[in-house]
Each structure stands twice: as C-alpha cells, then as structure tokens.
Write a protein that binds this ligand. Structure first.
Ligand code: SF4
Length: 425
C-alpha cells in the first residue's frame, strides 16, 4: 500500500505511487463536459471515475459533514464524495478526490479546505485531495497538469459545449423518442478512443471529428415546429449540475420548451480574463497577463472555427466571448467578477437578445455574488427588455422542490403565452 506523505504544512499529498494504485473520484458538475474531462484524465494514465449519484443520502452526508451555512455546491460535492467512499465498495485506502480551486475572491477557492475538514470529521483524513487549478496551488508529485493534459481538457470543454448545443437543439424536436440520447451515448463512447492520444490535437484532427458529429446530428429525423426557448443561467454548479438544480433541463424539456444553456467555456474565459483585468488594474506579473491574453486568443480562435462549422450545418451558435462581454455596457462593470459576476448579467442579456427571453436564474441559497449579478439585475433588465420573462430559483438542500417546480411552471406558461402572441420569436 502507498505510504502516506505530507508536505511542510501538514497537507496529505498525492504521490507517484498513489497515481498507479488509486482511483481518483471526480464530482459531477456539467454532464455534457465532465465525461470528456474524465476521458482526458484516463488517457493520461490516471484512473479517474465520474460520480453520477443524485440520491437523497448523498445530500444527507453533505449536511452531516459540513456546516449548514456553507454554499450549497460545496455541501453537495462533499456529500457526493463521502457517500461514494462509504458506498462504492472500493478500498477507502486506495481512493483520492479531485476538486477545482478557482483562486477567485469567492468561497469556491476554499471548498478544498471544507472538504478536508469534512473528511477529518468522517474519519477519512487518509484520503488525499487533489486541487485542480491553473495557478500552481498545492502541488502533488503524482498529479501534473502537463501541456498535453491541459490541451485535452481544453478539447473536452470544446466538445462538451458542442454536444450540449447540438443536443439542446435537436432533442425537443426528435420524432423518435430517445434518438438524440442514443446518438450522444454512441458518440461519447467513440470519444473515449479519441482522447486516448499521445500527441497534441491538431485542428485538422478535431475538425474531422466535429464535422462528423455535426453531420450525424443533422441527419436526425426532426419535427422543427418552433417551441419557446428557455435559457438557464446562474451560479456555475447549480446551473449545470442535475444534482444541484433538481434535473432542471429535464423538467423544462418535459414542459415542451427548448432549453438554451450558455457554454461552459465562457466561464473559464471569464476567469482568465478577470485575472488579466486585475493585473492590469491593480498590478501583478505582466508575463502572466500576456499568457492569459494569449490563451484567451487561442481558445477563441478554436471556438470560432467550431461555431463556423455549426452555423454551416444550420445550427445556432453562441456569440463570441468579446461580443458577450460588450453586452454588459450600461448594466454592470467588468470589475464585478466575484462568483459569476458580470458574466451572469451578460448571459441574460444575450439570451433575451437572441430569442430566449424566458430565463431561469439558478441561485444557490445564500450566494451573495450571484444574487447581485443575477437577481439584482432583474429590474434593470425588465426596464430595458419589457418582454423578458425571468424567474430566480433558489436551490437549497432543504428547499421545497414543489415550490421550485411551481415557479418554473409559472414562468413556462408565460413563455408559451408570449410565444403564441409572437413576442419571443
Ligand atoms: S459563487 Fe456563491 S455558491 Fe459559489 S462559492 Fe461564491 S458564494 Fe458560494
């Protein structure tokens, strides 16, 4: 068994030996993306496993091992981890956990400390926790964010955003029930092999795969009678995670609308850009700012090419990051970047301007930054766009699901009424 080693601060580290023997558990956040991120890890020699659980016991574990005042996403992630370690039938002494650390001003940067505290309380403090970040925090000899892994993670997010866009634009219109999910499952399987690659992905290789995916979605038999579009925005975890938002996408699609979810990549670009903004405004390493700007440019060039391929096949595409950022003029300052910050406001303006004036703004209970950039903007948005139809839904481990569904249904019935009146299309 791998020996437990600690750094100078007493942090349990993930060693080279552990890399060979341990299973790394990954919490589910964004179902369209995290499958590919786990494929990317596994193709680089890790043994990573995505947790897909959403049951009540997990929430209970989160409440048991964390303070009831902490952010809902932290409580759910902690609950999902501890529940998995206790139930999965895996050797607890051969399991590690991985969690993102944003390095931003919000509590998300401290989830890792809360997780370690919870593990200690659950008498599982021999389980190493790996911080996934681009800032060089908490190094571990057994885990390296190598350029190739970084590039694969980038591809994973690009493919996740692509699949999310294609699925959302086809599933509500499929003639054969289940055809879109079946196609997605087949492509997900094929992509496992795609990520298992020793070289960096060239655009030529990516393009071929993307064209093939788009072609297969274009070939689906659809009834394109238009439906109202409902956008989902909010705090990053509850916006994407079915565990965090009580399967919101599914609830909305069952109500007969088309769901529109802004790309996950915009959040990462916003995070890089926010750091570059802080360096410019408050000082910091110039080199780091240049690297961040170069990264933003590179990612946008790649995303622009994917958007072009999608548009060519008749699919709608998100707007560029630059165009998205310009939408906040007159609403909120670019310096507001705690939590989702200005990005949340920009996404709402974008949805309203692009035929999805019906919006669910998901808010973890007690999340201050997103209440300011989300709910705090509603009055201004309503004034500027009187036809907008936005509802804020609080997500809390003890919130009434009936209450959430009732509020969503009310928004959806307004969406249908406006749609029939021709306001939204
Ligand atoms: S954005 Fe909200 S939920 Fe996320 S860490 Fe900050 S306060 Fe918590």
């Amino acid at each position: 068994m791998a020996e437990l080693k600690y750094d100078d601060n007493g942090r349990l580290i993930f060693t080279e030996e552990m890399r060979k023997e341990y299973t790394i558990l990954v919490p589910q956040m964004a179902p369209f993306h995290f499958e590919y991120l786990v494929d990317a890890f596994n193709s680089e020699g890790y043994n990573a496993e995505l947790l897909r659980t959403t049951d009540y016991e997990l929430i209970h574990e989160g409440m048991k091992y964390s303070h009831n005042d902490i952010c809902v996403p932290a409580m759910l992630v902690i609950g999902q981890f501890i529940d998995a370690i206790k139930k999965k039938g895996i050797d607890k002494h051969k399991v590690a956990l991985i969690i993102t650390q944003t390095g931003g001003g919000c509590r998300a940067s401290n989830y890792i400390a809360l997780l370690r505290k919870a593990l200690k309380k659950a008498q599982l403090d021999f389980v190493p926790v790996i911080s996934l970040n681009a800032n060089g925090f908490e190094e571990n000899p057994g885990f390296k964010l190598s350029p190739r892994l970084f590039h694969k993670l980038h591809e994973g997010i690009v493919f996740g955003d692509l699949m999310m866009g294609l699925v959302h634009q086809t599933r509500p219109y499929e003639k054969e029930k289940g055809a879109v999910n079946a196609l997605k499952a087949t492509i997900d399987e094929e992509l496992k092999e795609y990520f298992n690659h020793r070289k960096l992905f060239t655009w030529k290789k990516s393009k071929k795969r993307i064209q093939d995916i788009i072609r297969r979605f274009s070939a689906l038999d659809l009834d394109k009678t238009p439906k109202p579009k409902v956008g989902i925005v909010g705090e990053i975890y509850v916006k994407f995670s079915p565990l965090g938002n009580n399967h919101l996408e599914e609830t909305l699609e069952k109500e007969g609308v088309q769901v529109v979810v802004p790309p996950l990549y915009d959040f990462f670009l916003y995070s890089f850009d926010s750091r570059a903004h802080d360096i410019r405004r408050y000082g910091g390493p110039r080199k780091e700012r240049l690297v961040l700007k170069a990264l933003l440019w590179y990612i946008e060039v790649r995303r622009g090419k994917v958007r072009k391929l999608m548009r060519k096949a008749g699919f709608e595409t998100p707007i560029s990051y630059k165009a998205l950022k310009s939408l906040i003029d007159g609403f909120i300052d670019v310096g507001t970047h705690t939590g989702e910050g200005w990005l949340l406001t920009a996404e709402m303006v974008d949805l309203i301007k692009h035929d999805a004036p019906n919006i669910v703004c998901t808010q973890p209970f007690g999340c201050l930054p997103n209440h300011i950039a989300g709910k705090g903007m509603f009055k201004k948005l309503k004034k500027r766009f009187p036809h907008s139809n936005i509802v804020a839904i609080d997500y809390d481990t003890s919130a009434s699901e009936i209450n959430q569904v009732n509020r969503i249904n009310l928004m959806v019935s307004n969406a249908f009424r406006n749609f029939e009146k021709g306001n939204s299309q």
